[in-house]
Design a protein around this ligand. Structure first.
Ligand code: KIV
Length: 275
């Protein structure tokens, strides 16, 4: 048996996250790569392999072009270094909105090929029945209501939701249906403050907010946003670092050293053995 197989890995799982409702805030961040997952893991309860990987890592304009294969590849990378956080993998656009049987097959493929503990789906009006179908067959599912990035082409952009009474009630209904279908947690994205609080107080499963105020049971951010890797971030992001500036300074220093023959220096080269 390999050393890797002998090592005991005990990650948080869906029931642990579910049980946190009303107790301690749930800390979540996105992760797409092995080295980043290793850094985030000790501090987080949930690492989400979000389909935002399409925009953040692959430079796509939105998440619509993300494939099942991309999610599996990034899920495998994160699982190689996550040790205690629960790992949730997003189901990409087109992989779960049709027949529940097809959604189940795709979710099962994600779980088998990555080893992740759950999948996440954007909970549109027709998706509750699919969540129910998957949960009853052994797949822990995280829901996602409010701003649903996979619907950006229908919505005409990334716009905050729940500002009109009609939209508010629709989102509240979706959250209720998602919870009733058996989701163990629900991401609430880009909604007005009062709505996030109302959803959180109404349903029994934990809510995880992004751009949804402190009225949720936990919070998630896109890691690259909070580390300051982009020149622009949405209003709801707090930047905890300026890695964009750090990287620019580091690369400019390297380029300057190479151009001026200061790199590599004596400490950075191999010498022949004395004979
Ligand atoms: O894909 C993603 O990163 C997400 C989070 C923004 C919640 O769904």
């Amino acid at each position: 048996m390999s050393a890797q197989r002998q090592e005991t890995v005990k990650r948080l799982a869906a029931p642990d996250i579910f049980a946190r409702k009303g107790k301690a805030p749930i800390v979540c961040l996105t992760a797409y790569t092995a080295p980043m997952a290793e850094l985030l893991d000790p501090h987080c309860d949930v690492l989400l392999v979000g389909d935002s990987v399409g925009m953040v890592v692959h430079g796509l304009p939105n998440t619509v072009g993300v494939t099942l294969e991309m999610m599996i590849l990034h899920g495998q990378a994160v699982m190689r270094t996550a040790r205690q956080a629960m790992v949730v993998v997003d189901m990409p656009f087109g992989s779960y909105e049709g027949a529940p049987e097809a959604a189940y097959a795709n979710a099962a493929r994600i779980m088998k090929e990555t080893g992740a503990q759950a999948v996440k789906v954007e909970s549109g009006p027709t998706v509750a029945a699919t969540i129910d179908y998957m949960v009853k067959r052994g797949i822990p599912v995280m829901g996602h209501v409010g701003l649903r990035p996979q619907s950006v082409l229908v919505d005409g952009g990334f716009k905050a939701k729940g500002r009109s009474n009609e939209e508010r009630n629709g989102i509240l209904d979706e959250a209720r249906a998602t919870a009733a279908a058996g989701a163990f947690a629900i991401v609430v994205e880009g909604v007005a403050e009062g709505l996030a609080r109302e959803i959180t107080e109404t349903i029994e499963v934990p809510t995880i907010g992004i751009g949804a105020s402190a009225g949720c049971d936990g919070q998630i951010l896109v890691t690259d946003d909070m580390l300051g890797l982009f020149d622009w971030t949405p209003k709801f992001v707090r930047r905890y670092a300026d890695l964009r500036g750090e990287i620019s300074r580091a690369v400019a220093g390297y380029a300057d050293d190479v151009r001026n023959r200061r790199f590599p220096g004596p400490a950075e080269i191999y010498f022949a053995k004395a004979v």
